[in-house]
Design a protein around this ligand. Structure first.
Ligand code: G4P
Length: 535
């Protein structure tokens, strides 16, 4: 077996699933893990979720609202390939977290509900993928329910996403009349067999594929159904572009799969497609000593970037885990890595890999892999790590906080405790923390309202702090930069509207967007930034 960093990287498939809530992302995740042999029975993801919830009560929100608020990674080895599935939160309030997770994905599976097509959140997430040149595989889910006409669904993909859909399979019917699908490349028919109305376990094992033109097909399709499927398949192949892997990698085309995640149908085919077409990690743009370079997965030096930090995954240990996407080299446990912007060196003695049911110590890892590094605040989202510490990957921007609220702890004796807790949560990077120059309040900035609720819940569960979020006098925050003298002059003139973030960077807190416009015009030497790229 080859273990060169380039060969190992070539067998990595690191991907995320994007979808509108309810399209079936959780169900598909579970069934992909099942198809990949990572779990034995469907239902395990949920069971694990329940366990996690009993350990960490803030997940109550997740359960009550039926949305997923935590992102994580799951690794499984299948068919000679290592799959790293990045789980992205589905709710729009968490777009920043999702955005960051997508910076670590080399491909994405877009799940569409066959009855609903492209929904608002699908579109938003798709745009992030396009911005980052992430190739997209489409999975049209819930074919076992009444679906829209597949031609219409593909038209919608073409018109709303400006992406050429190229079906690799074609469905025979939907809902109660869903019979299976035709493999357009191999001219085989994959029968769908719904056994009873019970849970997913009952639906394991659909009949094996049969030749579409052979005799066995009569067991699964009536003659008129067979004719209709043949016609539709011909129309699809004639009217839609044939799959071109290069166009897919360049983001112009999406291969389309159909299926039912719940009935474990079409999932093996999707996994096979991911293995065959999703790209391994590619070279990444970076800077070293003032020069633009590209870091290739096979390069000797171990490099990577932190795309997510999660505090208190285990509330008993107050641990903080930085998720590092490796970009090159062969990482081995115990290795020393340096953080580019702080110069701090770190011995990575307990790196973790995350499997469906467990975390394990990672003895080695390669480009494409994601390792969790427990640390005490040394690592932040956007940090670049490498052996030399001289390399910086293109920055991961902080999304602009759109709502600013004041936070107060009910028990005033716990004010100091609050400061530490807020800083710790802000270091995860999902919310921003500002300390105005005047007064003792803390201002929390978030992309959406729900984040405040999650934060209040977490402060209660993880830090035993009861807090109240109140409207703040501020409407918008702007990081300011410029020549030192100009910045000092500006700060001097606006002391009552100034604050600092957790890195002590100066931030202008405006009471209205009008005020922001006003200062921007009056102080042309100062640059006002809606979000911060960590230097
Ligand atoms: P999400 O993570 O994208 O939000 O979706 P999730 O997988 O939780 O699925 C949303 C609902 O759709 C679930 O039903 C799930 O069982 C159902 N579903 C997912 N895939 C399929 C499919 O292929 N066919 C059919 N018929 N249903 C599917 P629920 O009733 O909301 O939840 P539950 O009570 O089943 O857990």
């Amino acid at each position: 077996m080859s273990t060169s960093p380039a060969a190992e990287a070539a067998r990595r498939r690191t991907f995320a699933i994007i979808s509108h809530p309810d399209a079936g992302k959780t169900t598909l995740t579970e069934n992909l893990l099942l198809a990949g042999g990572a779990i034995r029975a469907a239902g395990a993801v949920r069971a694990r979720g329940e366990n996690r919830r009993t350990r960490s009560d803030w997940m109550k929100i997740e359960r009550e609202r039926g949305i997923s608020v935590s992102a994580s990674v799951m690794t499984f080895d299948h068919d000679g390939l290592m799959f790293n599935l990045l789980d992205t939160p589905g709710h729009e309030d968490f777009s920043e977290d999702t955005y960051r997770t997508l910076t670590a994905a080399d491909a994405a599976v877009m799940v569409l509900d066959a009855a609903k097509g492209i929904e608002p959140q699908t579109l938003k997430l798709f745009e992030v993928c396009r911005m980052r040149d992430i190739p997209i595989i489409t999975f049209i889910n819930k074919m076992d329910r009444e679906a829209q006409d597949p031609f219409e669904l593909l038209d919608e993909v073409a018109s709303k996403l400006a992406l050429d859909p190229s079906p690799l399979y074609w469905p025979a019917g939907s809902g109660g009349r869903f019979k299976g699908m035709l493999d357009l490349r191999r001219d085989r028919f994959l029968p769908f067999q719904k056994k009873g109305g019970g849970g997913p376990d009952e639906d394991e094992g659909h009949p094996p594929a049969v030749a579409f033109k052979g005799n066995a097909i009569v067991s699964y399709l009536e003659p008129d159904e067979q004719e209709e499927l043949a016609e539709n398949a011909e129309l699809a192949m004639g009217g839609l572009k044939a799959f071109d892997p290069q166009a897919f990698l360049e983001g112009h085309m999406t291969p389309v799969f159909f299926g039912s995640a719940l009935r474990h149908f079409g999932v093996d085919q999707l996994l096979e497609g991911l293995g065959a077409y999703a790209p391994p990690p590619k070279a990444v743009a970076a800077r070293r000593n003032g020069e633009d370079i590209h870091v290739a997965p096979g390069d000797r030096e171990v490099t990577g970037f932190v795309f997510k930090v999660q505090a208190n995954m285990d509330p008993n240990h107050r641990d903080r885990i930085a998720f590092l996407k490796l970009c090159s080299g062969r990482f081995t446990r115990g290795m020393k890595l340096k953080v580019q912007n702080t110069g701090k060196q770190l011995s990575v003695n307990a790196p973790m890999m995350f499997f469906a049911s467990d975390r394990e110590l990672a003895e080695d890892a390669y480009a494409g892999d994601v390792i969790g590094i427990p640390n005490h605040g040394v690592l932040r989202v956007g940090d670049s790590l490498s052996e030399t510490g001289t390399l910086r990957f293109a920055g991961l921007p902080n999304f602009a906080p759109e709502i600013l609220q004041r936070v107060r702890v009910k028990d005033p004796l716990k004010a100091k405790h609050l400061k530490r807790a807020l800083e710790s949560l802000a270091e995860e990077g999902v919310t921003q923390l500002f300390r105005p120059s005047l007064g003792a309040d803390f201002i929390v900035g978030a992309v959406g309202q729900l984040q405040f609720e999650v934060m209040a819940d977490r402060l209660r569960e993880e830090y035993q702090l009861d807090v109240i979020f109140e409207p703040s006098p501020y409407a918008e925050a702007r990081w300011i930069t410029g020549e030192k003298a100009d910045v000092e002059d500006f700060i001097g003139k606006h002391r009552s509207a100034m604050g600092a973030d957790i890195d002590e960077q100066p931030v202008f807190l405006g009471k209205s967007s009008w005020e922001i416009g006003y200062v921007t015009e009056r102080f042309p030497k100062i640059a006002f930034h809606r979000s911060k790229e960590r230097a």
